[in-house]
Design a protein around this ligand. Structure first.
Ligand SMILES: [Zn+2]
Length: 435
């Protein structure tokens, strides 16, 4: 993909279907998840990194703003294509050094997650590599991932630490995320996840590791403004809800947002976590039906991560239909990580959501855009195409939005606009941007 910074205003026109997702800035629930606000033969004008106006192509020529910008304007012909809000990938773990091929082969031969961890694989094997890598090398790996995500239509991403697991290595990981974010035109939201797993050196005293997180790591991360959220892997093999409550109390004191991995591998009550009003609870494969009303009555988004189920070879997927029909705000994310979901393709995630969780294409797109933005508390600026919002757009080389979910295993995104910066891999733009 050719890369450049584009400071000029942009006019996208002849858009076959523009998926605006317009509406209120809160997360969409129930039937509202199927309302994409489609405009046919549409146009979008962006300038200064923001969306200036949307409408019909035939009206754009009369628009005084378009006339005024005439000379500087970069025109992008989107004939036969669709445009949607850039994907908001609200759950990723990009701060790692190497793929986990040992785990991959072990699992193929029949080992389960806990057995792989005991055999020296799992999250801890990624920790060894991250503790050795230089910050600059980690940052350049993360930037490569952000760039690849953009190529696949993602314009905003949440990025967790969690493979350092010491104060120094967690801070280095978050600093590397910030370095990469500063060099990327998209938006990256950093999350501190020291509570990913108990590191080996605390095996016989896990309680002390929790104390280190609450008393040292969270305050230091907050003081250095390295994270917006704190995440805890609440799971029998990681941290119980009592430990999570302590860590979240420390996060609240530092005015950091809360999110958690919950009910991924085994059932557990989400009630103690909901007390902290988390922005999102993620996975929820084993959520207790009786606790679904807790989510319905809250602003907490349920972020489902079917890439992990696919890669772990599970037949059971998160209960998307049950959650949507109850009125829970559902988001979809990649869970990009080296152990359980090595994909950064939101298009693949949408395919899995439709085929394995029976979400409709419209619901899946809503979950991957505006509801993903709400899971990061960015619903006011991201996730829909409306005047005044950030110019984050993805152009797909298909003529019907349902094709984004229908084709799988190939990337159909032909260009993205990240905070007003255009990146394209074909001859969409003319004339200054012919490549
Ligand atoms: Zn995760």
């Amino acid at each position: 993909m050719t890369r450049w910074r584009n400071e000029n205003p942009l006019l996208l026109y002849n858009i076959r279907q523009l998926l605006t997702l317009r509406g209120d800035s809160g997360p969409r629930r129930g039937g509202a998840m199927r309302e994409l606000g489609i405009i046919e033969d549409a146009t979008v004008l962006c300038s200064g990194g923001k969306i200036t106006s949307i409408g019909k192509t035939r009206d754009a020529v009369k628009d005084p703003r378009v006339k005024r910008l005439n000379k500087k304007l970069v025109e992008i012909d989107c004939s036969g294509k669709i445009v949607l809000p850039g994907f908001v990938d609200s759950h990723t773990h990009p701060a790692f050094a190497a793929p986990r091929l040992f785990d991959f082969e072990k699992r193929i031969s029949g080992a389960i997650y806990e057995e792989i961890a005991q055999a020296g694989g799992g999250i801890r094997s990624s920790v060894d590599a991250v503790r050795k890598i230089r910050r600059a090398d980690l940052a350049s790996k993360i930037l490569t991932v952000f760039d690849a995500m953009a190529v696949h239509g993602t314009t905003a991403v949440e990025a967790k630490s969690g493979y350092g697991l010491s104060t120094e290595d967690e801070i280095t990981s978050l600093a590397a995320i910030r370095d990469a974010a500063n060099r990327w035109p998209g938006t990256a939201v950093p999350t501190f996840m020291g509570a990913h797993v108990v590191p080996r050196e605390y095996d016989d005293r896990p309680e002390q590791y929790v104390r280190l997180i609450e008393q040292e790591m969270v305050p230091q991360v907050a003081r250095r403004r390295l994270a917006r959220f704190v995440d805890v892997f609440v799971e029998a093999s990681a941290f119980n809800s009592k430990s999570a409550e302590r860590i979240f109390t420390a996060a609240h004191e530092q005015k950091l947002g809360i999110r958690a991995h919950a009910c991924q591998l085994t059932p557990a009550s989400i009630a103690p976590l909901m007390r902290f009003r988390p922005a999102s609870l993620d996975h929820l494969d084993h959520i207790d039906d009786r606790e679904i009303p807790l989510l319905v009555a809250s602003e907490t988004v349920a972020t489902l991560l079917p890439g992990a189920n696919y890669f772990l070879g599970l037949t059971r997927y998160p209960p998307a239909r049950k959650l949507i029909e109850a009125g829970v705000a559902v988001a979809l994310a990649s869970d990009y990580n080296p152990g359980t979901s090595p994909t950064l393709s939101m298009q693949m995630v949408l395919s899995l959501a439709c085929t394995q969780m029976r979400m409709s294409p419209a619901e899946a797109i809503t979950a991957a855009t505006i509801n993903g933005a709400c899971a990061l508390r960015l619903g006011n600026t991201k996730g829909s195409i409306e005047a005044g919002k950030d110019a984050d757009l993805a152009i797909f080389d298909v003529s019907d939005y349902r094709e984004v979910c229908y084709w799988f295993g190939a990337n159909l995104c032909s260009a993205v606009i990240l905070n007003g910066h255009l990146r394209t891999r074909d001859r969409l733009a003319r004339p200054a941007y012919d490549i």
